[in-house]
Design a protein around this ligand. Structure first.
Ligand code: CP
Length: 316
């Protein structure tokens, strides 16, 4: 069965997940993002590719980076942007998600950028909307965060060039992380030969080895000779029951310190999707250190989101 995010010609209609996304589409998004990088350095940071289009940011869960970079990206493409303030919207009076969507669609929306705590919410919206409307998943539950996965791949390609020569470690709360899931699918699609998952057993989902990953519960062993370290936030808000003894204990075993970083390759890069818990999953000396590319991820996120929106809008 055709994936709902592709049209009958195999082109991107919505962006819901990286799982199953053909490699040529992933590469096209990354190449298109490259062409947008310089727009942010212009005196007038705008191109007219989405002029006259309306992009609605619908964030039913909090965000700093994703919401603002989608807004900046849409503005740089000359779109009109509406940020629905969910807290003051009529959802607080009991209006359903799909009724909200129908009403916003009636305002001739062209794109919905959706973040939701429920896995699958963007899928439901994509299947509900009419043919002219595009849905972008900006993070759904613990399921997927495709634009974060793509901007992470853009960052890795920028600093490391060749995916087929890399050893990449994904470290921490893999179980609850939509970023981890999107990154793992993207790394596999782009041909990374060795992807490692590192964390306590309580935070590693079953099935990672079947997906071709190497699994480590000892962080020092897992970090040895890696090229890229993707640290993950402890998703306390998605944990049910006590999965960890304490954040101090977690930091001792799974926090990235300068000492542990020294086990990776000397030119290894350190990534984190944010928001960071300093002193829990990463120490400040590493987060702010010379191997950190964490703020580059944010900058590249604008170009990647411009690429996704312009491709969906049919102008790239
Ligand atoms: N990386 C990320 O999704 O950050 P925000 O929650 O701030 O959007």
């Amino acid at each position: 069965m055709r994936h709902p995010q592709l049209n009958e010609h195999g082109e991107l209609r919505h962006l819901l997940t990286i799982e199953g996304l053909p490699r040529d589409i992933v590469t096209h998004i990354l190449d298109t993002a490259s062409s947008f990088l310089e727009v942010s350095d212009r005196a007038v940071k705008k191109v007219p590719l989405l002029r006259g289009k309306s992009v609605f940011n619908l964030f039913f869960e909090n965000s700093t980076r994703t919401r603002t970079t989608f807004e900046i990206a849409a503005t740089r493409l000359s779109a009109d942007v509406v940020n629905l303030d969910v807290r003051t919207s009529s959802t607080s009076k009991g209006e359903s998600l799909l009724d909200t969507i129908d009403n916003l669609a009636a305002m001739n929306a062209d794109m919905f950028v959706v973040r939701h705590a429920q896995s699958g919410a963007p899928y439901m919206i994509a299947q509900h909307v009419g043919p002219g409307l595009h849905v972008i998943n900006a993070g759904d539950g613990r399921h997927a965060h495709p634009t974060q996965g793509l901007l992470d791949m853009y960052t890795i390609r920028h600093f490391k060039k060749d995916f087929t020569q890399l050893r990449v470690a994904v470290v921490g709360d893999v179980l609850h992380s939509r970023v981890a899931r999107s990154d793992i699918h993207a790394l596999t699609t782009l041909g990374v030969p060795e992807v490692r998952a590192i964390g306590p057993l309580t935070l590693l989902p079953p099935g990672l080895e079947q997906m071709g990953l190497r699994v480590f519960t000892d962080m020092k062993e897992g970090l040895r000779d890696v090229d890229v370290i993707i640290m993950l936030r402890l998703q306390n808000e998605r944990m049910r029951g006590a999965l960890l003894p304490s954040s101090q204990e977690y930091f001792k075993h799974y926090g990235l310190t300068e000492e542990k970083l020294a086990l990776a390759k000397p030119d290894a890069i350190v990534m984190h999707p944010g928001p960071m818990n300093r002193g829990v999953e990463i120490e400040s000396a590493v987060a702010d250190g010379p191997q950190s590319v964490i703020l580059s991820q944010v900058t590249f996120g604008i170009a990647v989101r411009m690429a996704v929106m312009s491709i969906l809008g049919g102008t790239r």
